[in-house]
Design a protein around this ligand. Structure first.
Ligand code: SAH
Ligand code: SF4
Ligand code: F3S
Length: 470
């Protein structure tokens, strides 16, 4: 059961925020918070809510934990290295706490929804003041108030299907691009994945809440909006209204203003022809799709519980490309799933050659406690998996360059997104509608504008170009 956070609960949290604000305003200088989000875009979006609530409580912000009065790690559990980084960073905070004993340290996010992790934090990191899970993010004001006034450890990790909390203030990173969660949780239980265990069941926000958020972002001048969900294609299935994801996109497309909308992630199992047709028809829906395939082997896909096979995936891609020839298509691949053979890995390589993705996110399988795949036989040694991984990268890098070369000579609309301090010549980072990165020399006064660029050169990772008159 999804719990909607009630207006009374939201009001109670506002009161706690006000009390923390009073405590903070009694200090000589406003307190400084350092919030670091370690995970996916959903996790970063939660980080924006955390910062929004902290700003309401009178906190300023710093990019560094050094000297901060509050450090919050918003964690990710999807692979072991994400968790290792958090433990490493937590270890380093011992020193900070020694220098500043009244500082607060908090750990939240997906990682702490796992019992073995919470136990480890409790035992090995006694200087952590707050540990709270993904379903109680909106209670941050209360947690901080209790931690500040009782000096007792606050641990709040309810195991539940999940909540929807509306009306949390946000502090967005950018004035140009914004993400909007349209749903939370996941019901798919891919056998390797921890997300359904730490994020709870799929639950959709009401379409009107989402439309209103898009309208106000567009009114504020935002030019690029990303709709977020672990599986956006099943948006709306849990709602009373008859709105599915394609309908939601079409309704967003009808909002007037100068903006593009994109989304992630789409599960190939539910990527419908209706969705592809809606994308093709709606001019504000960006020509971009992230469609994680995970493997090119039907046997491995079955063992992963993905509910599609190689042929279904390839057919989807063919239908999509027929409707939107210019589509920028990206994907996720896992190398070395338990029991994957050399031949099955090579099927992934041949799928890459067939689809020709624009770019990929690639991972070596990481066993996650409590998932079915963690208990499967995994005979291939890590050394071998690393070799496969390198072959995967080499194959994709070659394809990426080939695809980038096809852009040379073309004139494309771009959004001038940000300055690139690392490059004195090609000082502006621009984005095509498909979100390809183009480095362009130009004046910073162009930031935030839409311009036309002629593509002149490329590398594995990006394009280079020059502005041309409209
Ligand atoms: N909801 C999204 C993905 C969320 S996790 C989807 O279904 O596509 C992002 C990516 O991390 C996954 O697509 C997968 O490629 C990778 N991943 C998830 N669990 C993993 C694990 N245990 N080991 C390695 N990679 C994993
Ligand atoms: Fe994980 Fe699969 Fe859900 Fe994606 S769809 S979050 S990979 S369980
Ligand atoms: Fe995202 Fe990591 Fe959680 S990928 S949903 S932050 S486990």
């Amino acid at each position: 059961m999804t719990t909607k956070v009630t207006a009374a609960e939201t009001a109670a949290q506002k009161e706690y925020a006000e009390k923390v604000r009073e405590l903070n305003s009694a200090r000589e200088l406003p307190p400084i918070a350092h919030v670091h989000s370690f995970g996916c875009q959903q996790n970063v979006s939660d980080g924006e809510k955390i910062k929004g609530m902290l700003a309401m409580m009178g906190y300023g912000f710093s990019d560094s934990a050094d000297g901060a009065d509050l450090v919050l790690f918003n964690t990710c559990a999807v692979r072991e290295n994400a968790e290792d980084r958090v433990f490493g960073n937590l270890g380093a905070l011992k020193h900070n706490k020694k220098l500043k004993p009244d500082m607060l340290i908090g750990v939240c996010g997906c990682m702490v929804q796992q019992e073995h992790i919470t136990e480890r934090i409790k035992k090995s990191f006694p200087y952590v003041d707050m540990v709270f899970g993904t379903h109680v993010l909106h209670t941050l004001p209360q947690l901080i108030y209790e931690a500040l006034t009782t000096h007792k450890r606050q641990i709040s990790i309810p195991q539940m299907d999940g909540v929807i909390a509306e009306g949390i203030p946000l502090r967005r990173e950018s004035k140009l691009k914004a993400s909007i969660p349209i749903m939370y949780g996941c019901n798919n239980f891919c056998t390797y994945c921890i997300v359904p265990y730490v994020r709870g069941r799929e639950r959709s926000r009401e379409p009107e809440q989402i439309l209103e958020e898009v309208r106000s972002l567009v009114a504020e001048g935002y030019k690029d909006i990303t709709l977020l969900g672990q599986n956006v294609n099943s948006y709306g299935k849990d709602l009373d209204s008859n709105v599915d994801f394609a309908d939601l996109l079409a309704q967003i497309n009808d909002i007037s203003g100068d903006f593009l909308v994109r989304f992630m992630t789409s599960h190939p199992r539910d990527a419908s022809q209706k969705l592809f047709e809606t994308m093709a028809r709606c001019d504000k829906v960006a020509p971009q799709l992230h469609l994680p395939v995970q493997s090119g082997s039907s046997r491995v896909l079955k063992a992963m519980n993905r509910h599609y096979d190689r042929e279904i995936y390839l057919d989807e891609v063919r239908r999509l490309k027929a409707l939107i020839p210019d589509i920028v298509l990206t994907s996720d691949i896992i190398v070395g799933f338990p029991g994957e053979t050399q031949e099955e890995f090579e099927e992934t390589l041949s799928l890459l050659e067939e689809v020709r993705f624009d770019s990929l996110f690639t991972f070596i399988f990481s066993p996650r406690v409590g998932t079915p795949a963690a208990k499967m036989d995994d005979p291939v040694p890590m050394e071998e998996k690393k070799k496969w991984f390198q072959r995967l990268l080499d194959t994709q890098n070659r394809i990426s360059v080939e695809k980038h070369k096809e852009y040379i000579g073309r004139i494309l609309p771009v959004l001038v997104e940000e300055e690139n301090p690392a490059d004195a010549v090609n000082n502006l980072n621009c984005r095509t509608d498909g979100w390809r990165l183009v480095h362009v020399p130009g004046d910073v006064s162009l930031l935030g504008q839409r311009k036309k660029v002629k593509i002149t050169d490329c590398s594995t990772w990006s394009l280079f170009g020059e502005f041309v008159e409209e």
